[in-house]
Structures are given as structure tokens and as C-alpha cells.
Design a protein around this ligand. Structure first.
Ligand code: NAP
Length: 255
């Protein structure tokens, strides 16, 4: 039976790069988006939008579409879908290639406080107060809602629907961001602390360079654990050769 499309679980720049690379190579691909943002940047090739309905729904999608390989190129903090992908693919006996983008590491000029999760980041801000640049994304804003001791510049793609802290300004924008504009933004708003998740990658790293230059504190949320998969790569461009080996039956170690 002819195999169906490779499923690329997306919502990231890497996922778009993977889809572009595979389409370019003539490989049948369906990219999947969660549907969280109103106007997503769409990858090239076929796209489906919305949840699958847990592990079982994803396994059913894989088998119904005769999907030969799943590429998990989701965001490092999208823990649930990565877990679901690993389990559903195992149940369907198809390999997963995971794009695991390396996290950011502090340099000598960085003033980072590492915290385990968003709730701990909110506790840290409640205790210190100040002028906060909140860059953790729309879904996490609610954790800061009760904090009266700080002012927040909240940068989001779409307006948040959660309760908001009493003192704030919303900045609707979408990366990537460059160093000059991040430096200007922090200066103009007299920011003294940045809150961010350790997403890694270059598209949103400029805020950390600007913070280090300006001597601004950073509250850095550590990454959640993601499942082990046999085929993990660090960059999008490593996916295609690995995938071609799998599709050609040159690798059987990851099934
Ligand atoms: P999550 O907590 O890991 O997933 C929650 C549920 O959303 C999943 O169980 C699944 O629903 C659905 N889902 C997530 N990603 C999906 C995808 N690519 N295609 C289809 N369904 C998906 O996810 P999240 O943290 O809310 O992130 C949602 C999406 O935004 C991800 O695709 C991620 O790559 C992207 N993103 C996330 C962040 C972040 O900070 N978390 C940042 C940038 C981009 P079902 O169980 O019904 O299948």
C-alpha cells in the first residue's frame, strides 16, 4: 500500500522550515497547527488545524492517513502534544523525528533567575515588583493577574483572554525581533526585569542580549520535560536526510 503523508506537528519556525524542505524534495506532507492564534503563519503544503483528540485521536489520524513518520517540530513548552505524539506513534508503530531546539544558556553578563514554571515566575515578580517585560505568551498571562506590586508590558500575538494584572500595557506584535528594537523598547518603558520561557532559538533571543547590555534582570522559566524519542535532531535542516533514510528503509532502528 502506498504510504500517506508525513505529519509535521508545528506552530514553530522550525516546523515551517521542515515543511518547506520536504515539499521542495517532493515528499507528501501535512502540517498540523493547534489553532491557538487567529492568523497563523502558514507553512507551505497541506495544513490541518485543531487538536486530534488526545493520544487516541492522533493514533487514529496516523493510521487512517497511512502516515509513515511523524515529525514533532512543536515548541519546547508544548509538552502535551509532544507526549501525545510519542505515545500515539509508538502505538501506531511509526517512528518520530523530534526537532529539539537547544535551550538558551546564560553568559557572564546575564542576570538570570531560573524558575521551574510560570507560577514560580509570578511569585518571583510579586516579591520583587518593578517594571516587567512579560514575554511568556498569551496562555501564561493569567498567572500574573493578581500582582499589584509591578507594572507589566505584555507582549502577545493575539490579545489575552485571561484576567490581567491591574497595571499593564498590551503590546500586540509577532517576532522575530532585532536587538536595536528590543533595546529601544526596554529603555522607553524603563523595564527592569524580563520574564521569559527558555524557548531557545534565534528568533526571540535579542531581548536577552538587550537585557544583558542594559543590566536588566531576567526571570527564566526552565523547560518542561519532553519524552525521549530515538530520532532527535537540533535543527530543521537535519530532518529531511533522516526522513529520506527512513522512507527508503535504510534505517530500521527507530520503529
Ligand atoms: P500543548 O499544551 O502541548 O497541547 C495541548 C493540546 O493542543 C494537545 O493535546 C493537542 O490537542 C493540541 N495541539 C497542540 N499542538 C498541536 C498541533 N501542532 N497540532 C494539533 N493539535 C495540537 O500545546 P501548547 O503549548 O498549547 O501549544 C500549542 C501550539 O502552539 C503548538 O503547536 C506549539 O508548537 C505552538 N507554540 C507553543 C508555544 C508555547 O509556549 N507553548 C509557543 C509557540 C508556539 P489534542 O489532544 O486534542 O490533540
Amino acid at each position: 500500500m502506498t504510504p500517506g503523508p508525513v505529519l509535521v506537528l508545528g506552530g514553530t519556525g522550525e516546523a515551517r522550515a521542515v515543511a518547506a524542505d520536504l515539499v521542495d524534495a517532493g515528499i507528501d506532507v501535512v502540517s498540523s497547527l493547534a489553532g491557538r492564534v487567529s492568523r497563523p503563519r502558514l507553512p507551505v503544503g497541506a495544513v490541518r488545524v485543531g487538536g486530534f483528540g488526545g493520544v487516541e485521536g492522533l493514533r487514529t489520524w496516523i493510521t487512517d492517513h497511512r502516515c509513515p513518520v511523524v515529525v514533532d517540530a512543536t515548541h519546547p513548552f508544548a509538552q502535551q502534544i509532544s507526549q501525545n505524539a510519542a505515545r500515539a506513534a509508538e502505538q501506531a508503530s511509526v517512528p518520530v523525528i523530534a526537532v529539539r531546539r537547544p535551550g538558551w544558556e546564560p553568559g557572564p553578563d546575564d542576570r538570570w533567575t531560573m524558575v521551574d514554571d510560570i507560577a514560580a515566575a509570578a511569585d518571583t515578580i510579586a516579591a520583587r515588583g518593578g517594571r516587567v517585560f512579560l514575554t511568556t505568551g498569551r496562555q501564561d498571562v493569567g498567572a500574573f493577574a493578581g500582582i499589584e506590586s509591578a507594572w507589566f508590558l505584555i507582549r502577545v500575538v493575539d490579545p489575552p483572554t485571561a484576567d490581567l494584572p491591574p497595571h499593564h500595557e498590551i503590546l500586540a506584535s509577532r517576532g522575530p525581533y532585532d536587538l536595536d528594537s528590543e533595546r529601544d523598547l526596554m529603555r522607553q518603558n524603563a523595564i527592569d526585569v524580563v520574564v521569559t520561557k527558555n524557548s531557545g532559538g534565534e528568533l526571540t533571543r535579542a531581548k536577552l542580549i538587550a537585557a544583558a547590555e542594559l543590566g536588566i534582570d531576567v526571570v527564566m522559566v526552565r523547560r518542561p520535560a519532553v519524552p525521549h524519542v530515538d530520532l532527535a535532531v537540533a535543527t530543521a535542516c537535519e530532518v529531511r536526510p533522516l526522513l529520506q533514510d527512513l522512507l527508503a528503509g535504510r534505517r530500521t532502528d527507530a520503529r
